[in-house]
Design a binder for this molecule. Structure first.
Ligand code: NAP
Length: 312
């Protein structure tokens, strides 16, 4: 395990495996990743462990046969290079869906209703009391949300928006979806951006979605609209987002992820209409336990010679 996972997950792993837990919380270095591939039958990597083609190329005849990723997003692993090296890769879809959708709702509400700004006002001792025109935000109920990437998490967000907030749902995805709630597919990303009050990003990271939300998409948004990103930081061209916010081209942004994580641009920190969370998407113990148990189920299946339940 490349990071400490919840105690229950470590205990379950110890029952089956000769377990080594890397006892620090930062991503692995190139040399550590090479050693992991060289010295272990299976590795449980996670976000930030950049298993690039160079890492696989640096290890001749790796002992490692499987990378059982802790997390649904696996854009930090060069899957083609792993497979070429004879190493299978799995992830943890589903276990993260509701928690991440909840985090999206949290950001939507915080951004639209200026919750961060209000909290900072109270903590600074600057609150002089309620009055009718104080900190007026955008009422979320009944507005239109646009989902970029109508997959598991995108659909869970859309459901919350439709059933919980009476919002209209529109989306842009690679393929059209059969859904059991009303949702309008957009002709393209630009027309989606132009039509909605809240634009939520829920696509995977990686080369295909790098800077999908760029200056052009941000310019298409309405000046009152909010951008929410719970997916991966580099889906958004962060410099263009800063410019769009500074110019008032959009109303605000709620971010859980950043292009150069954990670095957050000073310009974003300086703006009151930006809500900044430290990649909290799945941060609840039971969710992290479910993710961990799913990771172990993948390892168990692999070493039993069965198909990986969550192969990528
Ligand atoms: P998913 O079920 O695979 O959904 C991804 C959706 O994005 C799919 O509907 C896919 O379309 C669509 N898509 C992919 N490439 C696209 C493109 N170029 N343009 C438009 N749409 C595209 O994945 P998920 O489980 O919902 O997870 C989504 C991502 O959320 C993960 O990959 C991860 O990076 C991120 N995440 C973040 C956190 C956090 O802590 N903030 C937590 C969990 C996950 P098709 O259905 O047509 O293929």
């Amino acid at each position: 395990m490349t990071r400490p996972l919840p105690e229950s997950v470590q205990a379950a792993a110890r029952a089956t495996y000769d377990l080594t837990v890397r006892d620090i919380t930062t991503p692995m270095s190139h040399d550590e990743m090479c050693a992991a591939l060289r010295d272990y039958d299976g590795v449980v990597p996670t976000l930030g462990d950049m298993f690039s083609a160079e890492v696989f190329a640096a290890v001749d005849a790796p002992m490692c046969q499987v990378l059982a990723n802790f997390g649904v997003g696996y854009n930090h692993i060069d899957v083609a290079a792993a497979k070429a090296a004879g190493i299978a890769v799995s992830n943890t879809p589903g276990a993260v869906t509701d928690a991440t959708a909840d985090t999206a709702m949290c950001l939507m509400l915080m951004s639209a209703r200026r919750a961060g700004e209000g909290e900072r006002m109270v903590r600074a001792g600057d609150w002089t009391g309620w009055h009718p025109t104080q900190l007026l935000g955008m009422h979320l109920s009944g507005k239109t949300v646009g989902i970029i990437g109508m997959g598991r998490i995108g659909q869970a967000i859309a459901r919350r928006c439709h059933f919980g907030f009476g919002m209209s749902v529109a989306y842009h995805s690679r393929s059209r979806k059969e859904l059991d709630f009303p949702a309008q597919p957009a002709a393209d990303l630009l027309s989606l951006a132009a039509a909605v009050d809240v634009l939520v990003i829920a696509v995977p990271g990686g080369a295909e979605t790098h800077h999908l939300v760029n200056a052009e998409v941000l310019a298409a948004m309405q000046p009152h609209a909010h951008l929410i990103n719970i997916a991966r930081g580099n889906v958004v061209e962060e410099a263009a987002l800063v410019t769009a916010l500074q110019r008032g081209q959009i109303g605000g942004a709620g971010l859980d992820v950043y292009e150069f994580e954990p670095t957050v641009p000073d310009a974003l920190i300086a703006m009151e209409n930006v809500t900044l969370l430290p990649h909290l998407g799945t941060a609840a113990l039971e969710v992290r336990e479910d993710m961990g148990m799913m990771t172990l189920a993948n390892l168990d299946a692999f070493f039993a010679g069965d198909p990986l339940p969550n192969a990528v």
